[in-house]
Every structure is written in C-alpha cells, then in structure tokens.
Design a protein around this ligand. Structure first.
Ligand code: SAM
Ligand code: SF4
Length: 318
C-alpha cells in the first residue's frame, strides 16, 4: 500500500496521455504552446503500462486518463484494454472535452472504460465557442449522449468564470439533472497560462445561486476532490473548491505526465521522472521513484489566493 507522511493512502493516479489539445480554453490553454514535446520524449503506451502495473501492484485502484485532450492520442482504447486486462476491477475513467466522444465512446466502453467526465462550460453555442475558441457545443452534447447510450458512467465538469458563464449555473444544473448525471462546478484556478483577467467565482457564490432555486444539503465528504450536495428531490451535484482550506486533507492522488514526470501535487513544482528507469527496464528504480514521490507528497498545496500557478493544466491533466 502507498501511504504518505500524513497517513493518506495514495490509490489514485491521473495519467496525462498527451499535452496536445484541439480546444484553446481561456482558463487552460488560450494560446498554442510555443512548442510541443518531440514524439521520442513521450512515453509509449507500453512504457506507461509498465509503470502503472507497478503502481497497481502497490495498491492503486483508480486510474484516470486525461490530457491535453486524451482522445487525440491514437489507439487509446488499446491502452485502456491493456489496463483492464491486467486488473478488471480497476476503476478506469477518462476526462475529456467530449469533442470526439461520439466517435469513440463505444470502443472505449468495450475496451473496459467505466466512467467519463466531460467538460461542459456553457449551453450557449456562442459562449461555448468563446471559451474553447472553437465552435464545439454541438459535438460535445452529442458526445455526452453517446457516452450515456453506450452505458458509460457520466459526470460533467464546469469551470465557473465571473462574467463569462456564471449566469448559466442553474441552466447547467437543470441540464445535468434532466440527463440524470452529476455536474461539478469547479472554481477557476489562477495560472499564468490562462487568459489574463479571468476571475474565479467562489463556491459560496455558486451555492448561493443554486439555493435561489433548490433546497439542498451537503453529503458526507468522501476522498474525492469534490464536496457533494443533494437537493430535496434527490439530485446530487458537486463543487470543486481548490481555494478551500480542506481541499488537500483527503487527497489520494498523484499524477503522471506524457513525458514521464511523476507529480505529487498539482500545485507544487517538484516532479520526478520515471522515463529513464522504465526505458532501462529498471523496475526497482521506478518503484523507488514511486515511493519517493508518495513520501514527498506535500501536506497542502502551496498556492494561495494571490498566487498564480506556473503549472500548465494541459500537461498535468487538471
Ligand atoms: N481536455 C480534457 C478536458 O478538458 O476535460 C482533459 C484535460 S483538462 C486539463 C482536465 C480538467 O481540468 C477539465 O475539467 C478542465 O475544465 C479543468 N481545468 C483546466 N484548467 C483549469 C483551471 N485553470 N481551473 C480549473 N479547472 C481547470
Ligand atoms: Fe484542452 Fe481540456 Fe485544456 Fe480545454 S481544459 S484547453 S479542452 S486540455
């Protein structure tokens, strides 16, 4: 079992399979990065699998594939089936912008994927196009429907931005409720790659807005990044509030980037590379790095209100 210094059990890895993306979301990647990593620096699926197998043997129970946009990487279903076949009970999930989901949902489900989180920031085609800097809404909505149709578990993620989509909180909640899926509203996390001037809407304001239409109560906290709430009629929605004091208490995750960096905390700049160890087939060394990362997982993120993260969300997988 992987346990950090603060007695938190680490049983969840988020894997960014590519940094590339077909959207240019204002809060994440508004400008195309200066250059992309050359292909030889990216871990192959086989290399990622070698490392993840080790992590699974050490007790990892949940793997989420993310990016960049994970559906841009070829043969993702093959990678999913490698993981599934190794341990069918793994909680295998994907975070996607949904653009290619209609095309791939069936294949992904067949390969062993269980759940998908789709980013949906607006139901207004113009606002969605303004945020992603591309006309995306129709394809994203079709992707959500297809994922539901093939039987994947679906959740929606919405980054709430002041003056951009905060007027749609109730519409998005009703949309998710009518589809029978959970929506989670995420506070925008300030980072130096985001479009300048974007302002976060804090959880108290989001909850205030929801309270104008629904009565709800908070559910007991589990070890996910969200706080969950249930309306009187039984609908469950969530809030992700990285600005809150309690955010790190139950953190159970580490991250692996496409370039092989193992990252103990989204908001810390430290990282350790496993690429060399894996390419040299030095599994003992890779296991040592994994243990070192878990050991050095910080108690709390070092990111305060007036600070701006230097981490690129598209590299670390959000
Ligand atoms: N491309 C996929 C997507 O958009 O769902 C997966 C990668 S994306 C980096 C993962 C998650 O990070 C998304 O839900 C996205 O909304 C969130 N995210 C990205 N930048 C963020 C920011 N600055 N603040 C809060 N959430 C952010
Ligand atoms: Fe791409 Fe996801 Fe970042 Fe948007 S949030 S730019 S879809 S990686």
């Amino acid at each position: 079992m992987l346990k950090d210094k603060f007695e938190r059990v680490i049983d969840y890895i988020r894997v960014s399979v590519t940094s590339r993306c077909n959207f240019r979301c204002l809060y994440c990647m508004p400008n195309t990065p200066f250059e992309w990593e050359p292909k030889e620096n990216i871990l192959s699926y086989e290399e990622m699998f070698e490392f993840l197998r080790l992590a699974i043997d050490e007790g990892v129970k949940k793997i989420r594939l993310t990016g960049g946009e994970p559906l841009l990487r070829k043969d993702l279903d093959i990678f999913i089936s490698m993981l599934y076949n190794y341990k069918p009970s793994l909680d295998l999930a994907l975070t996607t912008n949904g653009y290619y989901l209609k095309e791939y949902a069936k294949k992904l489900k067949k390969a062993g994927l269980k759940r998908v989180n789709v980013s949906l920031d607006s139901l207004n085609p113009q606002t969605a196009a303004k945020i992603a800097q591309k006309d995306v809404l129709k394809k994203v909505l079709e992707g959500i429907d297809e994922a539901l149709k093939v039987g994947l578990g679906v959740k929606l993620n919405t980054v709430v931005m002041d003056g951009i989509n905060d007027g749609e909180i109730l519409d998005l909640l009703d949309f998710a409720k009518n589809k029978g899926v959970t929506i989670r509203f995420i506070e925008f996390m300030e980072n130096e790659r985001a479009y300048p001037g974007i302002k976060s809407v804090r959880s108290d304001k989001i909850l205030e807005k929801i309270a104008s239409r629904y009565k709800f109560k908070e559910l007991p906290k589990d070890n996910s990044a969200s706080r969950y709430f249930q309306t009187d009629e039984g609908y469950v929605f969530g809030i992700i509030e990285p600005h809150s004091e309690d955010f790190c208490k139950s953190c159970n995750r580490i991250r692996l980037t496409a370039e092989g960096y193992l990252i103990p905390c989204l908001f810390f700049t430290e990282s350790y590379n496993i690429k060399e160890a894996i390419r040299n087939r030095d599994i003992k060394k890779a296991a040592e790095i994994l243990k070192e990362v878990v050991k050095n997982k910080p108690e709390k993120n070092d990111w305060q209100e007036d600070e701006v993260s230097t981490r690129a969300f598209w590299e670390t997988g959000g």
